[in-house]
Design a protein around this ligand. Structure first.
Ligand SMILES: [Zn+2]
Length: 457
């Protein structure tokens, strides 16, 4: 079957990073970019180079070291911004300049203080200039969903003529309804000359909790790129959540017959890595990667799960990379099992660093018998901070191990004991392998201190 391919444009490092409490340093951005590469996203928006030296440096470093995906740098519609973005993107294997300019009357009048004619001219000039530097140019008419539709069509047509290759339609303030957003994409396809030569993109905010629904409506009406973030982080209520977009298409190909290049088994580790770096927790009931996303507590659900997992499960935990917690880490666990669990938690190590982690792990396992993910994360953090700066570590923070989590394990269907404890290489079972999963509270106490979260309410 030949399904249309949807370009996954990840803006965790740009729009996501702009949100309160989510700022990251260059090193952290680089680490996350490498994870996004592993995850298989098509485009990484690495930052807004003119915004700060740190952003510039992050885009430059990511361009130099992450070679498979397109690396995008954001710029306002002016020469200085575009030049700065291009400078940062110089070393990229696949650079993209992403220009934005507000087009709604309210933004033109109060924020930019320019007329529609001036807006049109500025957009055209900026795209033309970017195109003289870089073949891949994206344009976003900011606040598109509150822009007069006839004027929006005019702007889109002008930037296509000037050389834009992707046109992104942001619902900047999260105001649209799905059918309305879908209709807007359809209107652009019907009315704008040359639109079939470019990729139409969605960029939806979640102020009304509709970012994913709006993005999917956009796709159904012809958009072929979706801008989204890990854990749905982003300005205010956030962006469309990458994991939800990807899994909606994967679980319901009958309704959304599209492909993405995302390796869904890396979703959980990506989410974990971001939460750990930003220290912004994931709400427990967050779809796909929340702590409770695969937990079953009600008796009637457990009963159903025992008889047949399909009674309550539309996808397996393994398909999104939730670690197989039958693989209990203890002092008899080998280095391979440890490396695998570290990877599932979003950390990959060189041999030498792994040796050090393993050494400390064995000491810890001797003491506490069952090493939880949270313990492991603490240990990794201690070792990593020791690697980063030998002088200021150790005594710096004295977090204690959080309490152990309850973990409910129910063997699946008839083959109750099959596969359990069989070998330590067992962590990586992929979606669809029936009879494989069990009901677990998928991740450990990593989040326990965040029980009373206020985020995402
Ligand atoms: Zn945004």
């Amino acid at each position: 079957m030949d399904r249309p391919r949807i370009t996954i444009f990840d803006t965790t490092l740009r729009d996501g990073e702009q949100s309160p409490g989510c700022s990251m340093n260059v090193q952290e951005k680089l680490r996350l970019a490498q994870q996004l590469d592993r995850l298989g996203v098509d485009v990484i928006e690495a930052g807004f180079p003119i915004a700060s030296d740190g952003d510039f440096e992050a885009v430059r470093r990511i361009s130099a070291s992450v070679r498979r995906p397109i690396i995008a740098g954001l710029a306002r519609a002016c020469t200085g911004d575009v030049d700065r973005a291009w400078q940062a993107l110089q070393g990229a294997a696949h650079p993209r300049i992403h220009i934005f300019l507000a087009t709604s009357d309210i933004h033109l009048k109060y924020k930019l203080r320019i007329t529609r004619e001036q807006c049109l001219e500025q957009a055209r000039n900026a795209v033309r200039h970017a195109k003289s530097l870089c073949a891949d140019v994206e344009f976003s008419p900011e606040d598109a969903t509150r822009t007069d539709v006839a004027f929006l069509c005019q702007v889109v047509e002008a930037v296509i003529e000037a050389g834009a290759t992707t046109v992104n339609i942001p619902d900047t303030v999260g105001y649209s309804m799905p059918e309305e957003y879908g209709q807007l994409i359809r209107t652009l396809r019907e009315k704008v000359a040359g639109i079939d030569k470019v990729v139409i993109s969605t960029h939806c905010h979640n102020d009304l909790g509709l970012a994913v629904a709006n993005s999917l409506a956009g796709v159904q009406n012809g958009a072929r790129q979706v801008e989204c973030t890990i854990n749905g982080i982003g300005e205010r209520a956030g962006n469309a959540s990458l994991e939800e977009i990807v899994m909606a298409m994967r679980v319901r190909p009958d309704r959304y017959g599209y492909e993405t290049g995302v390796a869904s088994e890396h979703l959980f580790s990506s989410s974990q890595m971001l939460a750990e770096i930003t220290r912004v927790p994931v709400q427990p009931n967050k779809a796909i990667i929340g702590r409770n996303a695969f937990a079953h507590e009600a008796g009637i659900h457990q009963d159903g799960m025992l008889k047949n997992p399909l009674t309550y499960e539309i996808m397996t935990p393994q398909s999104v990379g939730v670690p197989d917690s039958r693989l209990v880490l203890g002092k008899h666990s080998g280095r391979h099992a440890l490396a695998l669990r570290c990877e599932q938690l979003g950390h990959q190590f060189e041999r030498r660093d792994l040796d050090e982690i393993y050494r400390r792990f064995v000491v810890l396992a001797d003491r506490i018998k069952k090493v939880q993910d949270s313990h492991l994360l603490e240990l990794i953090q201690d070792v990593s901070s020791g690697m980063a700066s030998n002088c200021e570590s150790s005594g710096g923070h004295s977090r204690k191990f959080p309490p152990a989590t309850a973990s409910l394990s129910l063997p699946r269907a008839a083959s109750a004991a099959a596969g359990i404890n069989s070998s330590e290489g067992h962590g990586a079972h992929v979606a669809g392998s029936a009879g494989q999963a069990q009901v677990t509270i998928p991740f450990s106490d990593h989040h326990s201190e965040q029980e009373d979260y206020l985020w995402g309410v």
